[in-house]
Design a protein around this ligand. Sequence first.
Ligand code: AMP
Length: 546
Amino acid sequence: MSLFLNLANLGEQLGATKKKLEHSALIGAYLKNIAPEEIAPASRLLIGRIFPESDARIVNISGAALNRVLENVVGAEIEWSGTAVDFGDAVAQWLTTRNWKPQGEPLQILDVYRTYEEIADATGSGSRARKDELLAGLFRRASVVEAKYITKQVSGEMRVGVSEGSLLDALVRNTEIPAATIRRANQLAGDVGAVAYAAIALGENGLQKLSLQLGRPLKPMLAQSAETVRDALQEIPPPVAFEYKLDGARVQIHKRGDDVKLFSRNLSDITASLPELAVQVRSEIRAQDAILEGEVIAIDAKGRARPFQILMRRVGRERDVETMQQEIPVQLFLFDCLYRDGETFLDKANAERWEILERIAGNVARVPRRVVENVADGENFLRAAREAGHEGVMAKNLQSPYTPGERGKQWLKLKPVHTLDLVIVASEWGYGRRHGWLSNQHLAARDENTGEFLEVGKTFKGLTDAEFKSLTPTLLELKTHQTRGTVFVEPRVVVQVAFNNIQRSPVYKSGVALRHARIVAFRPDKSADTIDTIQTLHAMMEREGG
Ligand code: AMP
C-alpha cells in the first residue's frame, strides 16, 4: 500500500518541469512501484479526474465548502496570500503560516480515493454535513503538500500539467505495448485508470480485453464545428458525406441476438424508456449481432420532427412508458455501423461503414445523406436540411475511421452559432499585458427556482483591450467584496456570450461549465432578470449529451 504523500510529491515534481520525457519517466516509475489496485485510482487522481469519464458520479465540493471545512479543521479563519497560483497553492501557503501538523494515521492512496467515492455517494438530507465530515477527516490527516493536492482534486483545479495525453504517453514509454494499442484501449474504455492498470499490471493481453465488447457502450465519436460549407470543404476535401443533423438524442445500439440495448451519449442504458426501438431493431436489423449508432427524434402525426425538449420527456424516463409512447412517438435514424457478427469496423472508412449499414438496416431509417462534390452542392443540401426543420448538417470524411471519444475534424457540424445572455458576477485582476484591468470575467446564469446567479464559466476573450479597460471602472462601482485577486460585483452587466459547448462541471455549483466562452457584445438593453437560466443551460447540455 502506498502513501498519498508520494502522489502529492510526484505532483510537485511534475509541476516543477515542463519536459515531456521527464514527465513520462517520473509517472512511469511511480505507477510501476505502487500496488496493482492503486494504479487505476492513482492515475485518475494524477490527471485530476476522480472518476472515469463513463462514470456519472461527481465529488462536487464548492469553494465555500472547502473554506468552511478547512477553517473548522484548523480552527482559524483563512487568510489568503496574494501570490498563490490556485486554490491548492493558497491552502498550502496558509497551512504553512499556521504551522500545520497532520494528526492520526498517514493517508494511503486508497483511503483518499474511497473517501472521494463516499463524498460523491452522499446525497439527500444531511449530505452536506456528511460530505464536510468526510473531507475534514482527510484534511486532519493530511500534511501541507497533501492538503494542497486534496484541494486541487476536489476543486477540479489540477494544474500540474498532467493531461490524459501525457499519462498515456508515459504508459507507452514505460511498457512494451504499441502506442496505437494503448490509444485505442483508452478510446474504448473511457477510463485512463483502467488502461494504466491493464498496461502495467496485465500487459498487452490484458489491454486487449479493453477492446470493443458487445453490450458495453463505447464513447461516441464527436464533431468539431465549421462555420460555413466552404470552411467544411476546405477542412475535408470533397467528395465528402453530408448528412442531416437531426436535433434529437444520440443512441448507440448493441444487438446480441434478440437482446437489444440502447445507450445514451453518456453511456447510460436507456432501453427501458424506448422499448419500441428495441423491438424494431430486433426484428429489422439483418445481423445476429451488431453495434449501430443513430439519432432518435420525437415526431408528430405527419412524421415531422418535434422539438428536442419534447423528446427529453421520453429519453431515460421509465414511468408510464406505454402512455408516453402514444403521446410522444419517436423515430430512429441510423448513421453508423461499428460491429457486425464478430467483425469490428472501427478502422474501416466511413464510406464502407455506411455501405454495411445500408445492407443490414432493413426498414430502419437512415439519416438523409448525400455525397457532396462542391460548395453549391453542399449549400443545397444544408438548405434542404433546414427547410425540413432540422438543425443543420454533419460533414463526414468518407475515408475516416471511427475514433471513439474523440472530437476531431473528421466530422464537422454545421449549425447556427448559439449565444447566451449572461451576467458578470465577479472579475479577476489581469496580469502581464492586462495588469491593472479586471480582465477575467466570471459569467453567471440565473437559477429559475431560487433567483440566484450561478457561475457557468470565466473568460477574458472576445472584447477589445479598450472595451476591457472601460469595463474596469464600471465593475469597481458595482463591487460588493473582494478576495485574493477577485472582485465580486452586483449582477448588473449583461453580456452576450458565444461558446463551443457546455459540459457538466464538478466545480461550479450550477453543475455546468461553458467551454471556450467569449464575450461577443455588451447587452445594456437587457437586465439580469431576463438572462438565460441554469435550466436552459442544463437542457442544452443534455442535448449535447455532456
Ligand atoms: P453537437 O451535439 O452539436 O456536438 O453535435 C453532435 C451530435 O449531433 C451527435 O452527438 C448526435 O447526437 C447528433 N447528430 C445528429 N445527426 C447526426 C448525424 N447525421 N451524424 C452524427 N451525429 C448526429
